[in-house]
Design a protein around this ligand. Sequence first.
Ligand SMILES: C[S@@+](CC[C@H](N)C(=O)[O-])C[C@H]1O[C@@H](n2cnc3c(N)ncnc32)[C@H](O)[C@@H]1O
Length: 242
Amino acid sequence: MSTGRIYGVGLGPGDPDLMSVRADRLLRNARHIAFFRKPGRTGQARNIVRGMIPDDAVEFPMEYPVTTEIPVTDPRYNALLAAFYEDCAAHLRSLAERGEEVIVLCEGDPFFYGSFMHLYNRLRGDVEISIVPAITGMSGAWTATGDPITWGDDVLTVLMGTLPEDRLAERMAQTDALVVMKIGRNIEKVKRALKTAGLYQRAWIVEYAQMPNQRVCKLSDDCDGITPYFSIIIVHGQGRRP
Ligand SMILES: C[S@@+](CC[C@H](N)C(=O)[O-])C[C@H]1O[C@@H](n2cnc3c(N)ncnc32)[C@H](O)[C@@H]1O
């Protein structure tokens, strides 16, 4: 084991006020930060910590070599991403081996569908790693709707919009409460699956939950201008209430 340390720091859904005290303390003392982003973008995680990082901290942006250009089922997609995560992990490992502490910024919670997990898997065992958990995007989204997500013995299902339509519809039909993430260009497929499962009329979409540009809309209304690219669909449970 080296003497440095990697921190996977959850930042919560967007509003810096929703971050943990531990995350805040680590960020304000950071010497190295690393974060994922699409080429040409600032990155959601980097945006959340604007104004919190010391000016002299060294930044390591990790730019995805591919996002939606190649389908996830294409073997090239896996190969490109695997090589990318290897390179990023190698850089972080070398910093830790020099005794440095590196903070990896993670939107939401690091262990909940986060890219950080691919670095974690490659580095654990070689380097000391600490994880700071956080409020998830879905928690920020259902809170934004103003209605509780689960009651009594409601079953909550979390689905990715990237799943095939028949699988989405089947899982949706079996649940009481629902969260759908990674919607993007899958929006029409997700809407059809909600209709098949009889949930469409109860579905909400929350864009940029807990961020200054947050928007909340019932899916069946005309959600003019809502883009599905950083959004979560919510269907509230209707379980037991004394
Ligand atoms: C790679 S996952 C990361 C999840 C994150 N680790 C978490 O704990 O929520 C990215 C997806 O999370 C959802 N998401 C996360 N935070 C969100 C937010 N504040 N507003 C809207 N969608 C969000 C979107 O569906 C997006 O496509």
